[in-house]
Design a protein around this ligand. Structure first.
Ligand SMILES: [Zn+2]
Length: 217
């Protein structure tokens, strides 16, 4: 089993794929967001600092994040492989991540890049509708997943709504951030020959099949 890092633009389904990999291969899914949120509940100097930083919408200092990730990766359950999620967020963090792995005697493993055209993501985002009752997700821009009757759930007759952050403007901001910060990371791992590109314009099942092929290699 190799360590896995996912890279993908917003709304490309990275979280779903990480969950599928976690379930199938029984390796820990290391989310920096979860680590920070857990520690913020502790009544300690570090816990208080993280709580206040997150509450104010600021970013936790890099040195602290690095130490927490190192501590987590040192734990026994990571020795057989792990999925890292939400980190590294920029090229400086990628360099430091490589250093941490080296220090622990771990390999980078597979960096899986779910690549998908921006226009397709825009259609996904603006067309997404959710049933307020059973939470089924539809897409009115995709004939394979649009409801039979506009704004009514096929299964339960509930009303469909659009999430407030599923709008073009919020997406453009997140996408611009992704391009600026993530493209250098992609180049970096490409050079190291650990990057695998997957076409993200595909069903969840087909994307997962491609990921399995990479992992099982
Ligand atoms: Zn429904």
């Amino acid at each position: 089993m190799k360590n896995i890092m996912f890279i993908a633009p917003p709304a490309a389904g990275k979280g779903t794929q990480a969950e599928l990999v976690e379930g199938k291969y029984d390796i820990p899914h290391i989310s920096t967001g979860d680590i920070l949120r857990n520690i913020s509940k502790e009544d300690s100097e570090l816990g208080n600092y993280i709580y206040e930083t997150l509450a104010s919408g600021k970013l936790v200092k890099d040195e602290i994040t690095y130490q927490l990730i190192e501590d987590r990766l040192r734990q026994k359950d990571c020795k057989k492989g792990f999925i890292i999620d939400g980190f590294p967020r920029n090229i400086e963090q990628a360099y430091e991540y490589d250093n941490i792995l080296k220090k622990l005697g771990y390999e980078i493993g597979n960096v899986i890049w779910i690549n998908i055209d921006k226009k397709i993501l825009e259609k996904r985002i603006t067309g997404r509708r959710i049933c307020e009752n059973c939470k089924t997700i539809y897409n009115i821009n995709d004939e394979n997943s649009s409801p039979k009757i506009d704004s009514i759930c096929d299964y339960c007759g509930g009303k469909l709504y659009q999430r407030s952050d599923d709008n073009l403007e919020a997406f453009q901001t997140r996408y611009a951030m992704y391009q600026e910060k993530t493209e250098p990371i992609i180049k970096h791992y490409k050079k190291k020959k650990v990057l695998f590109e997957i076409n993200g314009d595909n069903s969840i099942e087909n994307i997962f099949t491609e990921i399995e092929k990479i992992i099982n290699k």
